[in-house]
Design a protein around this ligand. Structure first.
Ligand code: IPM
Ligand code: MG
Length: 369
C-alpha cells in the first residue's frame, strides 16, 4: 500500500536537508520495494512570502490526509520583525496544534564514533541513552495571545494546561518507560509553579497504575545540571512544553551536535510529524554544509512509528552509524581527524551504506507512540 508523505521543507537549511530526506526515501523504496507518494507544501517563512500566512489552509489539509509528515525547519531573520501571528514559528506551532500532536519524543543517544565530538568528557556521556518526552500542544507556547500592556511597559504570556493534557502525556511517558528501562524522571518546577504542582500530583497518581516503573521528580534547574553531569542516570524524562524545548537542545550536546537529533511529534493513533530538533540555521543556509543526519534519522523514526517498517528504520540508522565510522563528518561536528563533507556528500555516504543487513543493531530503543 502506498504511504502518502507530506514534506514541509520550510526555511533556511530546511530545503537542503529535505533534499537529503527525499533521497533516503527513494533508496528505501528501491531497497525494500515500498511505494511512497511525496507531496511538498509550504510552511513558515516560505509560506508567509507566498501566501501571507505561516500556515496556509492547503498545508493543513494536505497534512490531515497524510500517513506521515516530514518537516525541515522554520524561521529566519527576514521575518523577525513580523507581528506575532505572522512569524514562521507560528506555522510549526499551528500544525502541531491542528493535528493534535501532543507528544514530542526526542531520543538522545550518541553514536560511539562521535563520543569525542562532544565538549563533555567521554566518561560522562558514555552509556547515556535518554528519551525526552515533551508535552507539545499546551503550556506557555499556546496560552492566551501574549500582549504588551501599560503602554508597552508590561507584558503577559500565559501558561495554561488542562488536566487531561497533562494526563495523556504522562501516561505516554509511563508506557514508554515500560518499553525501556522502567525508569521515569518527571521534570517540573513544583517549588514555584502551581502548574508544576498539579503535574507532580498527576505523575504520583498515575504511578499507581505503573508500579513496575520507578519514578523520580526533578526540579528543572537541577535536571538541567544533571543532564550534562550525570546523563547516564536518565532513562525516560517527561516534562511540559517549554522545559522540554530547552532541555532537549541542551541534551543534544551529548551526541556531539544539535544537527544529529531527530524527533517525532505524535498523537495516540500513530499519525506523526517528524523533524530534526535543530532550527533553520540561517547563518549556513544555502552553503550546502548543513548536517542532514538529524533529518535522516527522523525519516527512520517515521518509518518505524508511523509505517511500522522496523527493518527499514534500522537499516537507515545503521547506514548513518556506518558513515560516521567511515570518518564522514559535517562541519558542525567538532572532529579532529575527520573528513569534513557537504550535506550532499554526507547523504551520498548514507545512501552507499543503505543496504539490507541485520536489523538487530538499531540505535534507538523502543518507545510507544
Ligand atoms: C523546537 C523549536 C520550536 C519549538 C520553535 C521553532 C517554535 O525550538 O521544535 O524545539 O519551540 O517547539
Ligand atoms: Mg527547540
Amino acid at each position: 500500500m502506498t504511504k502518502h508523505i507530506v514534506l514541509l521543507p520550510g526555511d533556511g537549511i530546511g530545503k537542503e536537508i529535505m533534499n537529503s530526506a527525499k533521497q533516503i526515501l527513494g533508496a528505501v523504496v528501491s531497497e525494500f520495494g515500498h511505494s511512497f507518494s511525496l507531496q511538498e507544501q509550504d510552511i513558515g517563512g516560505a509560506a508567509i512570502d507566498q501566501y501571507d500566512t505561516p500556515l496556509p489552509e492547503a498545508t493543513v489539509e494536505a497534512c490531515q490526509e497524510a500517513d506521515g509528515i516530514l518537516l525541515g525547519a522554520v524561521g529566519g531573520k527576514k521575518w523577525d520583525a513580523m507581528p506575532a501571528e505572522k512569524r514562521p514559528e507560528k506555522g510549526l506551532l499551528g500544525i502541531r496544534k491542528e493535528l493534535g500532536l501532543f507528544a514530542n519524543l526526542r531520543p538522545v543517544k550518541g553514536f560511539p564514533s562521535l563520543l569525542h565530538a562532544s565538549p563533555l568528557k567521554e566518561h560522562i556521556i558514555d552509556g547515556s541513552d535518554i528519551l525526552i518526552i515533551r508535552e507539545l500542544t499546551g503550556g506557555l507556547y499556546f496560552g492566551q495571545p501574549s500582549e504588551r500592556r501599560d503602554n508597552g511597559n508590561a507584558v503577559v504570556d500565559t501558561l495554561y494546561y488542562r488536566k487531561e493534557e497533562m494526563e495523556r502525556i504522562i501516561d505516554k511517558a509511563f508506557q514508554s518507560a515500560r518499553l525501556r528501562n522502567n525508569h521515569l524522571t518527571s521534570v517540573d518546577k513544583a517549588n514555584v509553579l502551581e502548574s508544576s504542582r498539579m503535574w507532580r500530583e498527576i505523575v504520583n497518581e498515575k504511578s499507581k497504575e505503573y508500579p513496575d516503573v520507578v519514578v523520580e521528580h526533578e526540579l528543572v534547574d537541577a535536571a538541567a545540571m544533571k543532564l550534562i553531569t550525570q546523563p547516564s542516570q536518565f532513562d525516560v524524562m517527561v516534562t511540559e512544553n517549554m522545559f522540554g524545548d530547552i532541555l532537549s537542545d541542551e541534551a543534544s550536546v551529548l551526541t556531539g551536535s544539535l544537527g544529529m537529533l531527530p524527533s517525532a511529534s505524535v498523537r495516540s493513533d500513530g499519525v506523526g510529524l517528524y523533524e530534526p530538533v535543530h532550527g533553520s540555521a540561517p547563518d549556513i543556509a544555502g552553503k550546502g554544509i548543513a548536517n542532514p543526519l538529524g533529518t535522516i534519522l527522523s525519516v527512520a523514526l517515521m518509518l518505524r512509528h508511523s509505517f511500522q517498517m522496523e527493518e527499514e528504520a534500522a537499516a537507515v540508522e545503521r547506514a548513518v552509524r556506518e558513515c560516521l565510522e567511515q570518518g564522514y563528518y559535517t562541519a558542525d561536528l567538532n572532529i579532529a581527524n575527520g573528513q569534513i563533507v557537504s550535506t550532499e556528500q554526507m547523504t551520498e555516504a548514507v545512501l552507499d551504506n543503505l543496504t539490507v543487513k541485520s536489523v538487530s543493531d538499531s540505535i534507538c530503543s523502543m518507545y510507544v507512540l
